[in-house]
Design a protein around this ligand. Structure first.
Ligand SMILES: Cc1cc2nc3c(=O)[nH]c(=O)nc-3n(C[C@H](O)[C@H](O)[C@H](O)COP(=O)(O)O)c2cc1C
Length: 242
């Protein structure tokens, strides 16, 4: 099993420790590739729109973005981690997610993503962990991923791992180990189920793409949808029919 982990912080703080607890249960059977932000995707999207209008390979940060994309497309399980920063995910995580705007459903979603499972781990001092997770989950859903497990912790006292009391750590440990064992028991040869929310997004965009294609059959995103057969009978969550 292959796991790609995107860490929303480079700090070896609480987020890192929680992620390590989760991965511990999977290490003996998984090939794990980790990315730390901002180090592994340091550039901001500058809004050149080359990825939307032409190709993602023209992005000034393509070297970083495409490396992460290849890793995600080849993985069975995607793991995203982030502390809450001012009620949201870290700026570094948001900056990386912006680079994948072209993979949102209204543009050119990757078929492989519809079959993937993902885990999001967030934590905060008091509040904001859930909205940090939502920032990430929004992108995953628009990329086509339905199977997303979220764990979010509130520290409520110390933010230094070494000072967090044992009872609380045991709670984190149990929750993360239980989830890891659950993720471990999945048969990754079977694609994840595509849920109603993702399907609703797909069909709404399909209608939009059909309209756009009538106006301009050379439009980049329409051509991609057409090539994939999605404006016809093909669906990204099903095997091709021909
Ligand atoms: C810039 C910044 C903003 C933060 N915003 C919040 C917040 O909105 N809500 C909260 O509960 N904690 C907030 N915190 C606290 C962190 O979420 C908390 O300390 C977390 O444990 C840090 O994780 P780390 O050890 O992995 O860096 C913030 C911390 C920083 C540095």
């Amino acid at each position: 099993m292959k796991i790609t982990v995107i860490n929303g912080t480079e700090k070896h703080g609480v987020t890192y420790k929680l992620k390590e607890i989760f991965l511990h249960e999977l290490r003996d059977r998984a090939e794990i590739t980790e990315y730390y932000l901002p180090k592994d995707c340091p550039g901001f999207c500058v809004g050149c729109t080359a990825c939307f209008l032409n190709t993602q390979h023209l992005c000034k940060d393509a070297e970083y973005v495409q490396k992460i994309e290849r890793s995600m497309l080849g993985a069975d399980l995607l793991v995203f981690t982030s502390p809450a920063y001012v009620f949201h995910t870290t700026g570094a995580m948001k900056a990386m997610l912006d680079h994948f705007g072209y993979r949102w459903m209204p543009h050119r979603p990757a078929k492989e993503m519809f079959a993937k499972r993902a885990v999001i781990i967030t934590q905060c001092l008091g509040a904001g962990g859930n909205s940090a997770a939502k920032d990430i989950k929004d992108s995953l859903s628009w990329w086509g991923i339905s199977s997303v497990k979220v764990v979010s912790f509130r520290l409520m006292a110390d933010i230094d791992w070494n000072k967090i009391d044992g009872k609380k750590k045991a709670f984190f440990q149990k929750k993360l180990s239980d989830l890891a064992r659950k993720m471990r028991s999945i048969d990754y040869n079977k694609p994840a189920h595509t849920g109603l929310i993702v399907k609703a997004k797909f069909y709404a965009v399909r209608m939009m793409q059909t309209g756009l294609g009538k106006q301009d059959p050379e439009y980049t995103d329409y051509k991609y949808w057409k090539e994939n057969g999605w404006v016809g009978k093909e669906r990204p969550w099903k095997e091709r029919t021909e």
